[in-house]
Ligand binder design. Sequence first.
Ligand code: GLA
Length: 662
Amino acid sequence: MRKTLILSFCLLCMTAMGQKSKSTTVSELWLDEMGANKIETGWSISQANKSIDSNPLTVGGVKYERGIGTHAISKVLLNLNGTASKFSALVGVDDEVKSAAASMEFYVLCDRKVVFRSGVMKKGDAAKEINVNLKGVQQLALLVTDANDGISFDHADWLNARIAYAKNKPTIAGIASQKPYILTPKPSVSPRINGARITGATPGKPFLYHIAATGNSPITFSAEGLPEGLTLDKETGIISGKADQEGEYIVKVTARNEVGTATRAMKIVIGKNKLALTPPMGWNSWNCWGLSVSAEKVKASADAMVSSGLINHGWTYMNIDDGWEAPERAANGDIVCNDKFPDMKQLCDYVHAKGLKIGIYSSPGRLTCGGYLGSLNHEQQDADMYAKWGIDYLKYDWCSYGEEFDKTDKSHAEYVKPYTTMKNALAAQNRDIVHSLCQYGMDNVWEWGSTTGQLWRTTGDITDTWQSMSDIGFSQTQNTQYARPGSWNDPDMLVVGKVGWGPSLHATRLTPDEQYTHISLWALLASPLLIGGDMSQMDEFTLSLLTNDEVLDINQDPLGKQAVCVSKQNGKEVWVKELEDGSKAVGLFNRGDNTNVADLFNWAQKESVSTGIKINWSELNISGKQQIRNVWSQKNIAIQDQAFETAVPLHGVVLVRISPVR
Ligand code: GLA
């Protein structure tokens, strides 16, 4: 660790009497000493004194000892507290970039005002110098944009970047500028039945459904109208067995405790192609553990799913992502687990005993994206093994399948082929296995995904930045019509709680407002909800985001519609999801004005950044008196007959449910 370079000098300040001298110590703090990994980057993680690809910092053929390599779109907000005097740096495109496509623009902002703009910089350009006077400035923001041509190859360096300051050492603001605030009310002590109101299974294949319910324990359960072959465990609320008879069964489910009773009708559908009738809800290991996932971590996560109470809100799947496979197959070609997963069958049994389900990961290619063994030419054998272990869900990730694809005519059929092969291999099993396609949206996967599976990723990987989350979430427009029960667009997993994609974790870099946007938007989009954070380290705020049953009801609504954007103007967007009971879930989002780069930051001074957003009944195709219910706070807030208008914080949301007053 480098030591802060201290430059001390004396300012001779003559007092009014002209007799005394005072000294002010000016210190210098280098950006690379402030915690490089806290800087938001559009790709990978920044490190001190290295490029984003971990090479020495080099711009325009010149090597620099100090600085930070980032990737557009990147940003960081620093607290100066008014005692800094100067920011100096050089900026440019790192020479490690091979492609001429790299183009970016650097900005420096002081208290919302742009004070430096580099103009578009390209590979090979000499570094540009920045010298900014910071007198009286409270917050300094550093930004690299993609110059409006996408972020490909945008490796951006801040070189020799440092701040001269007098008293208060500058710090990275991170999300500290906004304190978490909880809107979700505590669940009532009397029972409430939560989770999916419809679920399906194939005739003759094992059925597993845990009735999610909150309220004081112990809760006992009963169910009337179960299909023959299924039984309910009254203490755990787990319905299991095998039903042979096709049909739609309306089951009256009751949960009772010492305080009260709750009853709800749910539908069990026994038939072919009836999996994932609501978007899958659960956890996936990738956004927290990356390739360091292990059986122990999955077990601990399943334990936490129960002990945190998340299971009582409908969270079900425990999905192991990449990193479980051994380097070689067995002599007979069987896939084998690596040392971190000593007994996959036992792990599956452990998870099932809690009423939860378990997922696994592979690639149609030779290797997975993490370089582990894929299923190429072993599809049937792998599906057989998954079924033997007791797997309920497979994420099938394109990765190195590109090698095979490149040998073909690259037609539509060639995109579909690997997923059809696995679909058939899964269908041949004696248990239901949900098929989750992961090929990042190629060939408009939403148009054909449902012929091979139940859900499909629509974009590249999400990361825990506003840019990534909001770009992905708000871009889900051309695929809307393809979402329906059993067929879901998947804009990737949730980046809440402690994430890290590897052994070391950090708190999500999304602010609380941004996290409300994330969960509200994913609920409206009927997206699969897979928690990306470490289950065993859920703080109260994160839990509050994931246990709001009225928000989750929007996501799990049996109609299975995906929200559409009905109004979009200067960063204000209104998204509407039709619900089964005829009401509408409406999200009013304030993305900020993209033409104003200051709006990309969460400045400490917030007053000016809430925006009024209004939605007229004509835009919602409704008329007359409507009840407006704030979904996060679970309170009726108004009755209106023409429009609804509310203040929405920057990067935040107001999520309401609008229903006719009868
Ligand atoms: C790809 C996927 C991720 C994750 C990793 C695993 O990047 O998009 O979600 O599964 O592979 O290596």
